[in-house]
Design a protein around this ligand. Structure first.
Ligand SMILES: C[S@@+](CC[C@H](N)C(=O)[O-])C[C@H]1O[C@@H](n2cnc3c(N)ncnc32)[C@H](O)[C@@H]1O
Length: 211
């Protein structure tokens, strides 16, 4: 039983296709359904280790784009040239340093962060991670940018969606097929960030969020 769950279709596919983890297919499915990353983008990947989302994002942004990752753990797997990773805690790491590494504000912020513990408080801790991201968005994300963040569903989920709606033109919950049925994980997908210091001259074109 445990073997069947651990070594599922996506696990085997990841091995065959050279992805460091099966989570690669969650981002590929999010991208296919919701178009969250564009060529030339600066992408921030929070909770990036072991590195599958970095591997997916790198070719999507292409050689003119950049992917910056942050995680409590080091990314050991070799990454393409347009990827840089840092070790740190999202609650402490200065968001300005991540923007500096990217050369400018991010067009897309991704988070697949999961709290260290599983069990009764997994939901509350994951909402705290999401709220930390929302708090740092004015530094990290450009006007009209996109946010993708994992949350474990529970009582505080509707409130989190409402907080996101205050800052984004369009907010949806999405569960990619590669996300295990038994897991309470969901992805909040938010398009059209309304930056508090909006400047029209640095506004990227909105992408098609209605796919
Ligand atoms: C499910 S894994 C991410 C997998 C990754 N998306 C991939 O495809 O390889 C969750 C990651 O979140 C990281 N994480 C959890 N809390 C964090 C925090 N406070 N700051 C930074 N990273 C955190 C963990 O260290 C872990 O590596």
């Amino acid at each position: 039983m445990a073997k069947r769950i651990l070594h599922d279709e996506y696990f085997r596919k990841a091995k065959q296709e050279g992805y460091v983890a099966r989570s690669a297919y969650k981002l590929l499915q999010i991208q296919q359904a919701k178009s969250v990353i564009r060529k030339g983008d600066r992408v921030l990947d929070l909770g990036c280790a072991p590195g599958a989302w970095l591997q997916v994002s790198s070719p999507l942004v292409g050689p003119r784009g950049r992917v910056i990752g942050l995680d409590l753990q080091d990314v050991r797997h070799p990454m393409p040239d347009n990827v840089r990773t840092f070790v740190g805690d999202v609650f402490e790491y200065p968001p300005e340093d991540l923007v500096e590494a990217a050369g400018r504000g991010f067009g897309t912020v991704l988070s697949d962060m999961a709290p260290k513990t599983t069990g009764f408080n997994e939901h509350e801790l994951s909402v705290r991670l999401c709220d930390r991201i929302l708090e740092t968005l004015p530094t990290l994300l450009r006007h009209n940018g996109v946010l993708v963040m994992k949350v474990f569903e529970g009582a505080e989920y509707p409130g989190l969606l409402k907080r996101c709606q205050r800052h984004f033109g369009k907010v949806k919950g999405f569960k990619p097929k590669a996300s295990r049925d038994v897991s309470r994980e969901m992805y909040v997908i938010a398009h059209y960030y309304r930056h508090p210091d909006r400047r029209d001259d640095d506004t990227p074109k909105p992408r098609d969020a209605d796919a």
